[in-house]
Design a protein around this ligand. Structure first.
Ligand SMILES: Cc1cc2nc3c(=O)[nH]c(=O)nc-3n(C[C@H](O)[C@H](O)[C@H](O)COP(=O)(O)OP(=O)(O)OC[C@H]3O[C@@H](n4cnc5c(N)ncnc54)[C@H](O)[C@@H]3O)c2cc1C
Length: 453
């Protein structure tokens, strides 16, 4: 039988842990939140340097669920919300070394040079293709079978690089893109499912999509949450979580804390060890199968007149088949106002990922040479960067590989054996910031069933 929760500790101030703490505090639980670094947010990190405002991690939050929108309102952040510039609805894909807009209407889809006539006709066959009997197919297998090779190469391959910094051949459709999997399972077709499922999605709490950030950048979100929490212990790396007389105690270099009725561990999965969770060698070996590809993010500012392209869009993605050395770039100063000084453009360029992990590891100077050459060819550069910064993520985003059920089952087993421990974070139920927010809110609701008022 589950126990009542009066006091709870959270290890890690990533967005999932912060949101869970915030909601549980509302339910009257005493929450202590411990973070290894000097600031909250984990992967969400904004840096201001004069008139440049750059993002090291996520640049945008796609608002499409009422639950997330209401949470932002309750936080009091609605007035600080920045909606992406309408120009940003245009997205480019590189084909034969040129930026081509991704079609957004039927007419532009018919005309686009991104796909050949046979590639376009192949998509129309999709509703007549039968379901796969493989319950855990890769994203690549699914797309190639249902939509054809061209859609895989010039739409899904770059899209997966843009979201997961990974390859469609590596990811499990069911785990990485459950909505697409549901459409095939429920409607037998992506096209029919998208049309027929629209009403259902609305009923499930979907709202009109809005791409947002905040006045002070993405980190304003975790900072605002942390400011509203009663007890946040920054610079506290938790080294052990131990059970003592039926309750939990956590220990950092600064001492012991507790006792607690429950502990939520919101660290990346690769940070879990035997001091943090009671797990067998075999279980830790299984959890270590989750790979987070390395990724480099280059932030470059240029005088507007030094760039030939208008940068009239969200940015561009590079399909693997184009054999280039970057994954893509965001036109950050087009996306949101206030990201670059007047007369300047800010670009956020991504290198490496599961596609070319060895490139992400290169030092800043070498990367700058590579990126300048690629940008020169793709968007036409004439001058030197007026601003440059480089952030290296040795382990960026968890790849939900085929066979991921084994990971989720192992997590469940660990939790069942250690009553009062929950593992939470982007390795479970979605990697996007809104997914993490939803997961945090739901976790708090689940635990609130055990809260004593
Ligand atoms: C480069 C990049 C770009 C991205 N772009 C987008 C985007 O545009 N849109 C989007 O929706 N999502 C994006 N994402 C994904 C999203 O940002 C992450 O999935 C999400 O922020 C992860 O949140 P989390 O709750 O799992 O915690 P994490 O961010 O992983 O935070 C975990 C925290 O735990 C702390 N910690 C670790 N060990 C300990 C310990 N022992 N004691 C105490 N604290 C500890 C860490 O310091 C960290 O603060 C991006 C991610 C990256 C890396």
């Amino acid at each position: 039988m589950s126990k009542k929760i009066y006091r709870l500790a959270i290890v890690g101030a990533g967005i999932t842990g912060l949101v869970t703490a915030w909601k549980l505090q509302k339910f009257g639980v005493e929450v202590d939140l411990f973070e290894r670094k000097a600031e909250p947010g984990g992967a969400i990190k904004t840096v201001k340097d004069g008139d440049w405002q750059v993002e090291y991690g996520p640049n945008t939050l796609l608002l499409k669920d009422r639950m997330v929108a209401e949470f932002i309102t309750e936080l009091g952040l609605n007035g600080e919300k920045k909606t992406a510039n309408p120009e940003a609805s245009k997205r480019f894909i590189v084909k034969n070394g040129e930026l081509q807009p991704l079609p957004s209407t039927l007419k532009s889809a018919v005309k686009t040079p991104l796909f050949s006539m046979s590639g376009k006709l192949r998509v129309l066959v999709e509703p007549f293709i039968s379901k796969s009997s493989n319950p855990d197919q890769t994203v690549a297998d699914f797309v190639e079978r249902r939509l054809g090779t061209e859609m895989l190469d010039y739409a899904i391959n770059p899209f997966v690089a843009g979201i997961y910094a990974n390859r469609p051949e590596y990811l499990s459709l069911r785990h990485a893109f459950p909505v697409m999997d549901d459409l095939e399972q429920e409607y037998g077709s992506l096209i029919w499912g998208s049309i027929a499922g629209a009403k259902k999605r609305k009923e499930r709490g979907r709202i009109e999509r809005e791409l947002i950030s905040f006045e002070k950048g993405m980190q304003q979100l975790p900072r605002t949450i942390a400011d509203q929490l009663n007890r946040v212990y920054l610079n506290h790396e938790i080294r052990s979580v131990q059970k003592k007389d039926g309750k939990w105690e956590v220990e950092s270099s600064l001492g012991k804390f507790g006792t607690y009725d429950h502990v939520i561990i919101n660290t990346p999965i690769y940070k879990l060890n035997k001091d943090l969770i009671s797990a067998t060698d075999e279980e830790l070996k299984t959890l270590n199968k989750v790979t987070y590809p390395p990724l480099s993010v280059m932030l470059l500012g240029f005088k507007k007149e030094d760039i030939e392209h208008e940068l009239d869009g969200f940015g561009f993605l590079v399909p693997e088949i184009e054999n280039r050395k970057i994954l893509g770039a965001l036109f950050s100063s087009t996306l949101f106002e206030g990201r670059a000084p007047k007369g300047m453009h800010l670009l956020t360029v991504f290198v490496g990922g599961g596609r070319q992990p060895q490139l992400a590891e290169k030092d800043s100077e070498e990367l700058l040479t590579i990126v300048m050459e690629e940008l020169g060819e793709l968007i036409g550069l004439s001058g030197e960067p007026q601003f440059k910064d480089h952030i290296y993520w040795p382990q960026s985003i968890p790849g939900y590989h085929t066979g991921y059920d084994e990971i989720l089952d192992t997590i469940k087993n660990i939790e069942e054996r250690n009553e009062g421990i929950t593992l939470a974070g982007n390795f479970r139920n979605g990697i996007s910031v809104p997914d993490c927010i939803k997961n945090g809110l739901k976790l708090a609701d689940d635990l609130a069933g055990n809260v004593s008022y």
